[in-house]
Design a protein around this ligand. Structure first.
Ligand code: AMP
Length: 113
């Protein structure tokens, strides 16, 4: 059997993470190398390699909904935050399991890369 990716291992409880949200479809946990005071990953439990392979799905709406809820809980909703999805090598994606970055807690740079 192919080795599971790091996020599948977090979903399975094999690798520890600092969870902020868990439901039947989606988990959210703190990024291990935060790029901002708040840096949380919102991740579907299903192994979807990237946003480019999502197809027709309501899942993206669910991921954004969870990100918004977690931003509220973290107390950054009013000041504002950024949601980022990297796709593929040139898009800066390192972990091949769809995830949404929730970044906030400071004034983020206006640059998109
Ligand atoms: P990306 O470059 O969009 O694929 O982002 C992958 C993110 O996953 C990076 O910000 C990493 O710091 C983060 N990451 C990798 N392994 C872990 C882990 N075990 N727990 C939490 N975050 C992780």
């Amino acid at each position: 059997m192919a080795e599971r990716c790091i996020f599948c291992r977090i979903v399975a409880g094999e690798v520890p993470a600092s969870f902020l949200h868990q439901d039947e479809e989606v988990i959210a946990f703190r990024d291990i190398e935060p790029q901002a005071p708040t840096h949380i990953l919102v991740v579907p439990k299903a192994h979807i390699p990237s946003i480019g392979e999502l197809g027709q799905s309501e899942l993206i709406g669910r991921l954004i909904q969870v990100a918004n809820q977690v931003a509220q809980k973290e107390g950054i909703a009013k000041a504002g935050y950024r949601l980022v999805i990297n796709c593929g090598r040139e898009g800066g994606q390192v972990v091949p399991h769809l995830h949404l970055h929730l970044l906030g807690g400071r004034k983020l740079s206006g640059s998109l890369g």
